[in-house]
Design a protein. Structure first.
Length: 443
């Protein structure tokens, strides 16, 4: 039987979906295209706007397959599943499984049961009181890049965020389990590992911590023989330890790249958001990072139009963005999420104001990205090739990869040799709008 997985949202969902695919393949199922699948899994996200509508419209499309063949069925997982739960069963006859973040571990076995018992519907929505370890079925060889979950959930309850409600409270995974997984991945050909968590800087600080701090974990993973690159995401500025900042100067395989969500440049709004740092503290972190790693590529998340945000608050965000000189940013208009504190806040900002502020912010970001990309021209860096580029030119084969700062680099090369997964030395020769052009160097 064939299955197809749809993934929305963050890298943690990508990581979860990869695990589901590997586990189902190990049970004898075959991954297939949407049109040929018998089992559909939707891994949902509710952090951004209108997530439910996206899921409902996809479920509507999948119902057309079910109308023709009543044996097909759908499992819905992730944040939207955690929120809507069993109500999916009432509305969609083809949904026979709903699962939350902790319930995912039971999905592969549940699918086999659902096939055997056609009238059965299953839901796994409870939060466990620990990090549920998953059995891994590794293929003989892994792609060069891999994600490793180090924790689940979040304790911060930022006023706009639904994650603590949909992913539960923070649960750190044991450092031994993380290290074992990283070692296995490297032995299977992985060259770059990204450690994942909602707030990696508070790794180990919950009651499931085993005494290893995030900085110590970074050192232990970086010491794995054969690992070429290490990254991590996401970081909360209030929790970034001096030792983690220092690691950017000390650990050769820790890539000079950090995603550090700022959200707003106004102290008043940061306070309303419950972020627990000020713009001054954020700038101090940036300063310290640049002292140990002058080339560090900083990216961020920004929200415009948080309830009560004035023109002056917004101006302060623009100033901060310019002052830090972010390499890139993900910026969004504030929108209510059910049950979060900000939903009940007064002084909601008008939609047209949010649209205007977002456009101004994104225009500024484009300029900053261009400036920082053009400063890369002439530099020599290592690029990990992800595969053939979309850009192909008059018989010339282009490869696409990422430099140490995480920037996309397109490289012309020969089509005789597959460079996928190779770490190659490249000289940057041109800055494009959203990518760089590089030239392969010998050796
Ligand atoms: S740190 Fe704040 S924004 Fe990030 S997941 Fe936790 S509550 Fe959400």
């Amino acid at each position: 039987m064939k299955f197809h997985v749809f993934t929305f949202g963050c890298q943690m969902n990508v990581c979860d979906s990869d695990w589901l695919c590997r586990s189902l393949t190990a049970l004898g199922f075959e991954q297939g295209k949407e049109e040929e699948a018998d089992i559909f899994l939707i891994n949902t996200c509710s952090v951004r706007e209108k997530p439910e509508q996206k899921v409902y419209s996809l479920l509507g499309r999948l119902q057309s397959y079910w109308n023709k063949n009543k044996d097909i069925f759908v499992g819905v997982g992730g944040c939207v599943a955690q929120q809507i739960g069993k109500k999916f069963f009432q509305r969609f006859p083809h949904v026979r499984l709903v699962f939350g973040t902790d319930g995912i571990v039971m999905v592969p076995q549940a699918i086999s049961r659902l096939i055997r018992e056609p009238d059965l519907r299953l839901s796994f929505l409870d939060f466990e009181d620990y990090y549920p370890e998953r059995e891994n079925h590794w293929p003989e060889k892994m792609p060069a890049q891999a994600y490793v979950n180090i924790m689940q959930g979040c304790d911060n309850f930022c006023a706009y965020c639904i994650v603590p409600y949909t992913r539960g409270r923070q649960k750190s995974r044991s450092s031994k389990a993380i290290l074992d997984e990283c070692r296995t991945l490297v032995s299977l050909g992985v060259k770059e590992i990204t450690l994942l968590g909602q707030n990696v800087n508070s790794y180990g600080l919950d009651r499931f911590g085993d005494g290893v701090s995030f900085a110590e974990l970074l050192c232990q993973v970086a010491a794995i023989d054969g690992l070429k690159r290490l990254r991590f995401t996401t970081s909360h500025p209030k929790d970034i330890a001096d030792e983690v900042i220092k690691a950017f100067g000390d650990l050769p395989c820790l890539c000079p790249q950090l995603h550090l969500p700022l959200q707003s440049g106004s102290n008043r709004i940061l306070k309303l958001m419950g972020r627990k740092y000020t713009r001054e503290e954020y700038l101090e972190i940036v300063d310290s990072l640049r002292k140990v790693c002058p080339d560090i590529a900083l990216t961020t998340d920004l929200i415009v139009g948080f309830p009560g945000e004035t023109e002056e608050d917004f101006k302060q965000t623009l100033e901060m963005v310019e002052q830090v000189g972010f390499e890139n940013s993900f910026s969004f208009k504030y929108s209510d999420r059910p049950g979060v504190r900000a939903e009940k806040m007064h002084h909601k900002v008008l939609e047209e104001v949010k649209v205007r502020r977002l456009a101004i912010l994104q225009e500024l970001q484009e300029k900053l990205t261009q400036k920082s990309y053009s400063q890369r021209v002439g530099k020599v860096d290592e690029v990990l090739v992800e595969g053939p580029s979309k850009k192909q030119d008059k018989g010339m084969k282009f490869w696409r990869g990422r430099d140490s700062g995480g920037r996309v680099v397109n490289i012309p090369g020969s089509s005789d040799q597959d460079l996928t997964g190779e770490l190659i030395r490249v000289k940057i020769v041109q800055a494009k709008k959203h990518s760089l052009l590089g030239e392969m160097l010998e050796g």
